[in-house]
Structure formats: structure tokens, C-alpha cells
Design a protein around this ligand. Structure first.
Ligand code: ADP
Length: 626
């Protein structure tokens, strides 16, 4: 029985776009259909490794193109995995799938129709040239075969049919020629040959077509024509070719096609190794993070091939977490084809390859950092956070792989710098790498400690991402310089003499400091003097080893713990406001207490800490003004 179905709404929009397309690059439809056929064969070839019943030898897998000039049909057949009825419906009835997502988003933004060529828009692109498409398919291991027919506009029909063996035929009835568009060109032998060369040469299965040839008749000078099946593609995958023979365009279009990105990669890494373990790898650093990159949905890993057979779609073990943004393929004949996926994890060769790949990626990124800064910053904007996570994860065991690649914002230079650049620019006498954590740069720039450091010609890194502080904690030192959180730790700027002087001063003002502490009670953990405050009277700093950013972070992540960081009120004894408070302590203790509370509020505001009771603050200000 034949059933009629409508396309899902988005699919319908895309179809309309395809059908009415005036896009000049329509020819890509063939690449898309062939690429699907190749994927389907990959799946059955993989099954065949462990399932004798498949009964197709590796060399017998093929894609066949058939032309019928009378019926105006172009057919692409494969002996791959085929589709069940449910799969037909799921795959060809809806388009909200990963590969087409970028396209969908672009469509929603009503971008130009030129986008078509930039996406792996897949099966639907055939409607740019076909007025109707019939799919006949039989899934491997099932008895029934199915026929799916659609002219795009009115949905599709599905009915049962017969087909001898597993696989899929895509039968495209080409549109009628018009004055401007000669769809029948796509039935021309030479045209198809060119398209295969241009777009599908690397497909690893033979793409066969009956072609017309001529030969001399036996014993005569006359020629006769005959037809013969010919393989149109060279079947050499792009990563097996010599670097010098592959153009940038080919690298890019392979990337876009395979990894569903419509932008070009920032960097292409084509590398190989011979020796204990031989392999070829073609890796790409994308220009932007995929929409699901920072979610659990994201699947990291490289495609793994062994002697031309794909054995894993995304092999996680080939790629460390901190470089998980890299996409690509690895092909090694040293891996046994019959290896199970579980065994693969413990495979020694695989570990060696993974280690080499990690080194290679690191050196390529470093090279980009040193020689193509603009590109590197673009990369860092997309994936810098991932590198930082890498430096922090597993107690910092990956820091060697990542620390040289990190960038932070330099207060002094007003731009991103690497840690190496920071250390190399340190003036004589500077011993530490100073940073301040906080939410925004403008606020951090104004911190008294930053001002103090600046006066000495010392730079401060402004840490505005949650993870930054954890990076400093996890690295501890870089080029033998230790990290110093300037907002909470001793800046180490005082000479022995100055220290002694400060101690004496603290001793002298002990009564005053105790008075302030007692006035503020639980609000602060400690009250002390500071010589780092520049022109400011007070500041609130976190207890040693902590930061308020961490407190905010922890409160967000685990609100149930009510994590809180001890507050230390630092006073600038040379400041008039502090001196006024000190004077009031003996003359008018009640006023002195109000001053202490007011300065405490101010310190909290400057540290961007919320006031528990803003009304008390306003009342206090009004009281003092009266
Ligand atoms: P994409 O290839 O980006 O997933 P397509 O629209 O080209 O999107 O195809 C949708 C799905 O239909 C494929 O993912 C695949 O599961 C299935 N499909 C398409 N062509 C074939 C084929 N020749 N054999 C088996 N399955 C196919």
C-alpha cells in the first residue's frame, strides 16, 4: 500500500529553496549523492569485517552511475547498508539534522542563496536539478525493500517494492531544459566525468559508469563503438596524496564537506610517519567553535581508517581533551581491521599515534602563535577556553602541552600576550607574574594594586574568565616566575627596611586596628595596614590563596555549600580619611565607628561585592551628612 506524507516544515522551506534555486553551482548535487553512497558503503564494509554473511569482498563495493537519455534519468546506485522503512522516513523526510544545521541557521537569517554551495546540504540538493526523485532501498539484513518518491513540492510517498540485494538506488529525473538551463548536460558522459574528477575523486570506492569507446574492427581500418564500465575516480583519498599535489582549495573543500563547516579551516595539518608505527593524518583547526562545542553533546575525536576502511567515526583516544576542537582523519595500516572497539582503546600503536598527533598539534599552534598572530587570536577567541581547561584539568598534568599556548590580557600593553611575552617584558627587579581576577577589565584597571604595580613599571594580567585563576594555581610558575594574585597576596615590593618600618607602624597603630576590627565584628576577618593602596583609603581583599571570583564561581556552581571567602580590610594609614577616623577614635568614638563602617562599605563596593544591607549604607551616609 502506498502512503503519502508531508515534509516537516523546515524541510519544506529548504526544498522550496532548492527547487527554485538559481544557484550556479548546482553541479554539487552529484557530490552530495555520491558522498552519501560512499558513507553507506563504509557502514556495510565495516559490518563485513565481523559478519561473514555480508558476502561482499572489499573490492566489490562500488558506486554505479547509470544514464538514460530517453527517460532523462540519472541514477546513482550503491551496494551499501541501505535504509529500513523507518530510516527512509527519518532521513529523507526531515532535515533538522546535524549536517544541515548550519544551513538551517543561515536560512533563518535569510542569507543569500549562495550559501547552498557552502554546506553539506546533502540529498535535498538533488532537487536543484531533478523534478522528481525515486529512492529504492533495501537495508542489509532485512527482507523488505522500499520505494520513496517525491517531486519535492507535495511531500513524498512510500511503498513496498522488491530489490535483490542490499543497497540504494537514487533515481533522479532531471528537470526540463529551458533557454538558460540545460539540465540535460548532467546526462553527458564527459560532464559526469568532469564532475567526478572535480568533487569526488578521493572517494575510496570505485565510481563506475558505462562509457562509450571506440576501437578498430577486426582486420579492418573501420572503427566501431562499444561500451565498457569504467572507474571514473582515482580513489586515492586526499590524505594519501603527497602534500605538494593537493591544493588549498581541495583541502578546504574536503574539510567543509566532511565536517559540515561552511567556513574554511584556520589551519590544515597534513602529516605522516613511517617507522614503528606508520600513519597518515589530515587534521584541521576550525575557525570557530561548533554550536554545541561547550556542551556535553559535542563529540570529539578523529576519524580512524585502517588500510582504507573506516573503522571508527570519532576515535576519542586519538585526541586529548585540550585539543578536542581539532577535526580530521587518521589512517594507519598497522591497526588490525578486526580489532574490536574496546581493544582499540588499549592498543599500543594507537597510543603512539595519539602522542605524536598531540605533539604535532602543539607545534603547529605554537608556530601560528609566533608567526601568524592575527589568525592565532581568532583561533584563541574560539578555543582558548578549552586550552585553559586543559591546563587545569587532572591536576595540571597537561600543562606542558598547553601553557605556552595561552593568552591573557596585558594591562600595560592593552592586548593579549602569552606568558612568555609577559615574562620577557618584565623589567629588572620584577620577580613575579602579577594578575588580578575580576569580571571586567575596566574595573580591574582601577584596582589600587594595579595602580601601584603600574607606577613601578610592572605589568598586570587582567583575568576575566572564571578559569584563569585556576590556571595560575595549576601552573604555579612559568619560566621560573611564580604567579601572584595582586588583589590578595603580598606584592613582594617592599625592601627589608620598608618591611620593618611597616611592622613598626602596625605595632604603633595596633589599638586603632583592633578598634576597627571590633567595630566591624564578623563582617571582616582581619583589619590591617597596607602600603599598596596608592591614592585609595581602603580596599577589601580576600584571605590568602582565595579570591572573590572563586567565591562567586563556587556560589554559582554549588549554591548549597554557601562557600564564602574571608574578607580582609586593608587601610592606607597615609590617607586623610583614615587619619580622620583615627583622630575621631579618641575625640568622638561613636563617629569613629560610623567612619569605620562607611569605609568598610566602600571597600566592598570597590571590590564589586554586594552589600548585604544597602539601606543601612544609605542611612549611614545620610546620618554623617547631617
Ligand atoms: P547528511 O548526509 O548530511 O546526513 P543527507 O540529507 O544527505 O544528509 O542524508 C540524510 C541521511 O540519509 C544520511 O545521513 C543517511 O543516513 C541517509 N542516506 C542518504 N543516502 C543514503 C544512501 N545512499 N544509503 C543509505 N543511507 C542514505
Amino acid at each position: 500500500m502506498m502512503e503519502k506524507h508531508q515534509f516537516k516544515a523546515e524541510s519544506q522551506r529548504l526544498l522550496d529553496l532548492m527547487i527554485n534555486s538559481i544557484y550556479t553551482n548546482r553541479e554539487i548535487f552529484l557530490r552530495e549523492i555520491i558522498s552519501n553512497a560512499s558513507d553507506a558503503i563504509d557502514k556495510l564494509a565495516y559490518t563485513a569485517l565481523t559478519d561473514d554473511k555480508v558476502g561482499i569482498a572489499r573490492e566489490d563495493f562500488a558506486i554505479t552511475i547509470t544514464r538514460d537519455e530517453d527517460l532523462k534519468t540519472l541514477t546513482v546506485s550503491d551496494n551499501g547498508i541501505g535504509m529500513s522503512r523507518e530510516e527512509l522516513e527519518e532521513n529523507l523526510g526531515t532535515i533538522a539534522k546535524s549536517g544541515s544545521l548550519g544551513f538551517k541557521q543561515a536560512m533563518e537569517k535569510q542569507e543569500d542563496i549562495d550559501i547552498i554551495g557552502q554546506f553539506g546540504v546533502g540529498f535535498y540538493s538533488a532537487f536543484m536539478v531533478a523534478s522528481s526523485i525515486t529512492v529504492i532501498t533495501k537495508k542489509y539484513g532485512e527482507d523488505k525493500a522500499w520505494k520513496w518518491v517525491s517531486n519535492g513540492a507535495d511531500g513524498y510517498t512510500i511503498e513496498e517494492t522488491t530489490k535483490e540485494s542490499a543497497g540504494t538506488d537514487i533515481i533522479m529525473t532531471l528537470k526540463e531544459d529551458t533557454e538558460d538551463d540545460k539540465y540535460s548536460d548532467f546526462l553527458q558522459e564527459f560532464q559526469i566525468r568532469n564532475l567526478i574528477r572535480k568533487y569526488s575523486d578521493y572517494i575510496r570506492y570505485p565510481i563506475k559508469m558505462e562509457v562509450t569507446k571506440s576501437r578498430k574492427k577486426d582486420g579492418s581500418e573501420e572503427y566501431e563503438s562499444y561500451t565498457e564500465a569504467e572507474t571514473l575516480n582515482s580513489m586515492v583519498p586526499i590524505w594519501q596524496r603527497a602534500k605538494k599535489d593537493v591544493t588549498e582549495e581541495e583541502y578546504n573543500s574536503f574539510y567543509q564537506d566532511k565536517f559540515f563547516d561552511f567556513t574554511s579551516p584556520l589551519r590544515t595539518i597534513h602529516t605522516s610517519a613511517e617507522g614503528t608505527v606508520s600513519y597518515k593524518a589530515l587534521l584541521y583547526v576550525p575557525g570557530k567553535a561548533p554550536y554545541d562545542f561547550y556542551t556535553n553533546e559535542f563529540k570529539r575525536g578523529l576519524q580512524l581508517y585502517s588500510s582504507g576502511v573506516m573503522i571508527m567515526e570519532s576515535c576519542e583516544d586519538l585526541l586529548p581533551e585540550h585539543f578536542c576542537f581539532v577535526r580530521g582523519v587518521v589512517d594507519s595500516q598497522d591497526l588490525s581491521l578486526n580489532i574490536s572497539r574496546e581493544m582499540l582503546q588499549k592498543n599500543r600503536q594507537l597510543t603512539v599515534i595519539a602522542r605524536n598527533i598531540e605533539k604535532k598539534i602543539k607545534s603547529e599552534l605554537k608556530n601560528m602563535l609566533e608567526n601568524d598572530r592575527e589568525k592565532y587570536e581568532e583561533f584563541f577567541a574560539a578555543f582558548g577556553r578549552q586550552l585553559k581547561y586543559g591546563a587545569v584539568s587532572e591536576y595540571g598534568i597537561h600543562k606542558d602541552a598547553t601553557q605556552d599556548l595561552l593568552l591573557f590580557y596585558s594591562h600595560k600593553q592593552g592586548k593579549l600576550v602569552s606568558l612568555k611575552e609577559y615574562v620577557e617584558a618584565m623589567p629588572e627587579g620584577q620577580e613575579k607574574i602579577y594578575f588580578v581576577p575580576g569580571e571586567n577589565k575596566d574595573h580591574l584597571r582601577k584596582l589600587p594594586q594595579v595602580e601601584t604595580l603600574s607606577k613601578k613599571g610592572y605589568d598586570t594580567l587582567l583575568f576575566t574568565e572564571d578559569v584563569d585563576e585556576f590556571v595560575a594555581q595549576s601552573l604555579m610558575t612559568y619560566m621560573e616566575k611564580s604567579f601572584c594574585n595582586a588583589s590578595s597576596e603580598d606584592l613582594g615590593l617592599q625592601t627589608e627596611e620598608e618591611k620593618k618600618e611597616a611592622e613598626a607602624k602596625a605595632e604603633e597603630l595596633k589599638g586603632f586596628l583592633t578598634f576597627v576590627k571590633e567595630t566591624l565584628g564578623e563582617q571582616v576577618k582581619e583589619v590591617k595596614l597596607s602600603s599598596n593602596l596608592g591614592s585609595h583609603p581602603v580596599c577589601m581583599s580576600p584571605e590568602a590563596g582565595m579570591s572573590f571570583e572563586m567565591e562567586k564561581y563556587m556560589k554559582r556552581m554549588t549554591p548549597e555549600y554557601n562557600f564564602s571567602v574571608g574578607r580582609i580590610l586593608e587601610l592606607n594609614a597615609d590617607h586623610e580619611a583614615v587619619q580622620a577616623m583615627q583622630k575621631a577614635m579618641t575625640e568622638d568614638p561613636i563617629k569613629a565607628k560610623d567612619y569605620a563602617q562607611l569605609l568598610c562599605y566602600q571597600a566592598q563596593l570597590m571590590a564589586q561585592l554586594p552589600l548585604e544591607d544597602p539601606y543601612a549604607y544609605t542611612e549611614l551616609v545620610c546620618k554623617l551628612m547631617k
